[in-house]
Design a protein around this ligand. Structure first.
Ligand SMILES: [Fe+2]
Ligand SMILES: [Fe+2]
Length: 146
């Protein structure tokens, strides 16, 4: 039982570091968008950054209060982009990578349901909802690229 909690702390800390990087990347990219449709896209990137901030808070809570771990303060790799299309493409790829990583975490949680009697439903619910948000981000970036 302790093993699965340690494993989840490790995975969720990796996710937390991805969220830190994503938030900072969206905010930095938002400052580089120029041109006729800039306003709308800047607004969207800033809103997505605010969602990533909410994900960070949820994950810190899961790590600290449900799994007995220590939330990471580190940052995963960030990806530079300077032109609007490149920015949208870069973040779309990162959202897809994040979805794949969260699905791995989700699978680990559901496969260990019996070993998480006082945590399972909360973990399952929160990670599932983060996946829904990341899928929304990916779909919004795809639509902006059309
Ligand atoms: Fe996120
Ligand atoms: Fe996202």
């Amino acid at each position: 039982m302790e093993n699965i909690k340690n494993e989840l702390v490790k995975l969720l800390n990796q996710a937390l570091e991805l969220e830190h990087a994503a938030r900072i990347q969206y905010l930095a990219h938002a400052e580089l968008i120029k041109g006729l449709n800039a306003e709308k896209i800047i607004e969207r990137l800033t809103e997505i950054a605010a969602d990533e901030d909410k994900h960070e808070k949820k994950i810190r809570n899961l790590i600290g209060n449900y799994l007995g771990g220590e939330p990471s303060m580190a940052l995963a790799a960030t990806h530079r982009a300077t032109e609007m299309i490149e920015i949208l493409q870069t973040n779309l790829k990162d959202e897809k990578d994040a979805i794949n990583f969260y699905k791995k975490i989700y699978k680990t949680i559901t496969e260990n349901k019996e070993n998480l009697p006082y945590e399972f439903e909360t973990l399952e619910h929160e990670i599932r909802h983060i996946i829904l948000d990341e899928q929304e981000h990916a779909s919004e970036l795809s639509v902006l690229l059309e």
